[in-house]
Design a protein around this ligand. Structure first.
Ligand code: S3P
Length: 170
């Protein structure tokens, strides 16, 4: 297994924010699986879903996962919400699930500076009822795949990072 840290969790839970903070603390580089796909496709996630479809996007996630497992060391990796479903997730590194309730996540996005943009860039958040169903299914998968679970609801990124650092030391 590589010594990366992989953050997983539902859309909008704060994987990117926590990853950036964790990188500062651990002096590591950060990678974001959505950013990697966007740059290699030269398209936004929303555009990939619209023009090439979700299945194509999932194939790109698998490709990213393969490459991360084979070629990347010492990074903090923020996965997209569905990245948990790639085959070799645990080969990439220590998997940390950032856990929150669905309502907590929606509140977090609504209270953020670019709330509208954050909803708009996530095609699977468009239909709130469907998103809630997806959350219920995913929750079990996140829990199953995680090496470490951190409850993040209502906590600052700094405090979440403190908890993560304490837990990975153990
Ligand atoms: C998705 C989550 C998104 C992005 C895509 C699909 C998902 O990432 O990968 O819209 O399936 O949960 P974030 O979790 O960073 O929003």
């Amino acid at each position: 297994m590589s010594n990366n840290i992989v953050l997983i969790g539902f859309m909008g839970v704060g994987k990117g924010t926590v990853a950036r903070e964790l990188c500062k603390k651990l002096k590591r580089l950060m990678l974001d699986t959505d950013d990697l796909i966007e740059s290699s496709e030269n398209l936004k996630i929303r555009e990939i879903f619209e023009t090439k479809g979700e299945e194509y996007f999932r194939k790109q996630e698998s490709l990213v996962a393969k490459n991360l497992a084979a070629n990347v060391q010492n990074c903090v990796i923020a996965g997209g919400g569905g990245f948990v479903n790639v085959k070799n997730l645990n080969k990439i590194g220590t998997v940390i699930y950032l856990k929150s309730s669905f309502d907590g996540i929606i509140k977090r996005i609504e209270n953020s500076q670019n709330a509208q943009k954050k909803f708009a860039k996530r095609p699977l958040l468009k239909d709130r009822d469907k998103a809630k169903e997806l959350f219920k299914t995913r929750k079990k998968i996140y829990e199953k795949k995680a090496d470490i679970i951190v409850d993040v609801e209502g906590k600052s990124a700094k405090n979440i990072v403190k908890e993560i650092v304490n837990k990975i030391k153990k």
